[in-house]
Design a protein around this ligand. Structure first.
Ligand SMILES: CC(C)(CO)[C@@H](O)C(=O)NCCC(=O)N/C=C\S
Length: 209
């Protein structure tokens, strides 16, 4: 391939991937301890820009010093908006993100999203989400919670909205229970995100062979 072609290809890839903005949502499951690893693995995807939105309960499980990107919380929402002309953070974030992945999605936030409750920054972003953009969710909860009949009802409501489930897996959970409810492995989450990122339009890069 000629030099120009290569540089054009790279420029094309960077341009389309330069805008691959991934918003990571994190909620109050113990699986939130995986946030630093998830963010560092997502950052290895080429041309990806990452921000995190956290609930208050999620903060219990990870150390923000180990998360190398901006983490937005409820306080940021209220500090940003103090008068009419100020921007609204959850609207800024829904505009910014090309893809939203909620990992982990705890039982409480699953219930809120299934019913349109938006009482914090994360659920407000979901409530305002443009469903033409991918929203992926990774349920994580104790097996007893997972097995409660309401869980399946609420998960199917989210899939009806067009959101994509990255299913939980069976493991020996941190509380000693054995069974489903563990968050999907980080490697699985990263490969599903990769699948849903806006890919460059191949036809624009075809050369006359
Ligand atoms: C934490 C991790 C990832 C360790 O492998 C795994 O146990 C998990 O996803 N647990 C989430 C389920 C949960 O929230 N359990 C809460 C009470 S048992």
């Amino acid at each position: 391939q000629t030099e120009e072609h290569d540089s054009g290809l790279k420029a094309g890839l960077l341009k389309s991937c330069g805008t691959c903005r991934v918003l990571v949502g994190v909620t109050g499951s113990v699986a939130a301890l995986k946030l630093p690893v998830l963010v560092s693995q997502l950052l290895q995807l080429s041309g990806v820009d990452i921000r995190v939105v956290t609930t208050e309960h999620a903060k219990h499980f990870y150390n923000p010093a180990e998360v190398s990107v901006k983490v937005y919380d409820d306080k940021d929402e209220w500090e940003l908006w103090t008068q009419r002309s100020d921007p609204v953070l959850h609207i800024e974030l829904r505009r910014w993100a090309d893809l939203f992945v909620i990992a982990p999605l705890d039982a409480n936030t699953l219930g809120k999203i299934a019913n349109g409750i938006c009482d914090n920054l994360l659920t407000c972003v979901v409530r305002a989400w443009d469903t033409s953009r991918p929203l992926l969710f990774c349920p994580a909860m104790n097996t007893a919670m997972w097995q409660h009949p309401i869980t399946a009802q609420q998960v199917s409501r989210l899939t009806e909205f067009g959101y994509v489930e990255i299913p939980c897996i069976a493991k020996k959970l941190v509380c000693g229970d054995e069974g489903k409810g563990a968050m999907a492995e980080v490697s699985t989450i990263v490969s599903v995100v990769k699948q849903y990122l806006p890919i460059p339009d191949e036809s624009s890069q075809k050369t006359s062979m």
